[in-house]
Design a protein around this ligand. Sequence first.
Ligand SMILES: [Cu+2]
Length: 581
Amino acid sequence: MKLPKPVLWTVITLPLLGLAIATAPQQWVPHEWRATLFSWFGAGAYRALPESERYQLPEAGEICPPDFNGWRQEQDIEGVHIAAAAGCVADNPYLIAAAVKGTNNVSADTLLKSGLTPDAIVMGRDLDGDGDPDEVTIRLEVAELNGGSPDLPVPITTFDIAPGIQPGMWVFAPKSFGMSTENFESRKANPLLRAPAPAIRVEQGDRVTLILENNHYLPHTIHLHGVDHPFSADHGMPHDEAAAHGDHATHGVGTDGVAETSEMPALPGNAQIYRFAPRVAGTFFYHCHVQANVHILMGMQGMFVVEEARSNNSVQTLNIGAGQVRNSSVAVRERYDREYDLHYFDLFKKLSSTVQDYADTRLRLQAQHRDWNITEDSPNYFLLNGRSFPYTLQESLVAVKPSEKVKLRMLNGGSGNVAVHTHGNRLTVTHLDGIPLNQPAQYMRDVVDMAPAQRLDVELNTTDDGLHNYGEGVWLMHDHHEAAQTTDGIYPGGSISVIAFESYLEPNGFPRVAGSDWQKFFTAAYYRKDVPVWLDYDPGGLFGAPAAPLRPLVQALIFGAALAGLLFQLRALLPRRRPIR
Ligand SMILES: [Cu+2]
């Protein structure tokens, strides 16, 4: 017996459709149908949860890169004493020597090893005969980090703020020679080109000439925030001095760095000269003041320190990448055992990516100024001295010994407040915005708050008396805004660092941490959010991610078959087209 085709298809399709409905996951079924369906087919039986997915973490980067060049060691170069580096990644000591003596006063060998040009830091006369030069000329350029290139599909002159995290940035950089990358094979920036812009140090009363040689493709300026400087090049500097420089062209030109009120900025290929003689010592700030909402937050900012005048006080003109000051001024050494520059700032992912998304400058400008809207955005990356956790612990940890006095110069260059909280230690604020507080006005806190652009000079006294300090350890030091403890929302990240007692430092300079596995923090996968955050807490996978179940696929196949059957049946019901003869 042969069944008619529609009947045959109904016999095949209907049970298939029934099976599809009966086995559909409960969440697929509208709530009001569920009771009816359960009464027909019964409620779904308990189904075991899927296994946790197995992850194999990619190989981690080095927690502490080896110090092949011996840069970490305490050393003397050309008579300049350079303290041992606290962290495992150290600044170039030859650069420190050149920054103290001037690029015009060091040997060709030291200059070569520093990477600076001969005119990067030029020291002049000792005008008051106190044993240190009182004229200094500093030349800065502008570098783009992690920018896009028409020649490569990936950013070049890369500077990782955290493993695999490369936001576009602009920074002031010392005038240097050679390639912007480490070598021909590498895309990595040479160590002179990094965030933040170098901390600049001069001595109180110095005749400073700061020259911005704009090698970048946009206009820029330098605004000397809090630093005693004249409004126009006509003021503040004795006229014979200006004449001695043979530069009358700067007369009448503003030097406040503001494109709208004092001077036209330095256009690409041009230079802007800032001459000043700061009368007041303190911790200040410098930044570009062109389209400040964009240029400051692209990273064009650095710390500016005016050291108190003393005899034989050759200061470390540049502290690259901020961090530990390995050659402190005389006045700081009088009162403190160590000194650290701590520069906090933040970056917006959307703004930073504009230099990667477009090659055409005009499209970058449109994206930065007219498409991106700061009032509708919040920052994604939080940096301490240009890096985020875990790299902050390689470079910007505060290493201490018991019963020391340590000077921390803190700057908030970011878009929001920074609330630095110290575990195990209380900080005493000694200066606000560079101005000393008298003894009764100094205050002790475990959270110190800084408004944008504000500076705090802080004394960290490591005397274990239960008030200043609770004893030795690896004590966290972090912005207590929770967002700032993340890197684009993944914890731990942001500007987290530590106060590490030397008894808790490994010989390579990394803190001896206890607790969870640190390898994962040194993988790009962790910061790409590819792995569960507690991957290592439980080998059984209790906190892992559920493995993708096979069920949806099987379900889709059953549904697909049922649907195909239905369609086929519908087609059979349509009137047949007869071939035309
Ligand atoms: Cu600028």
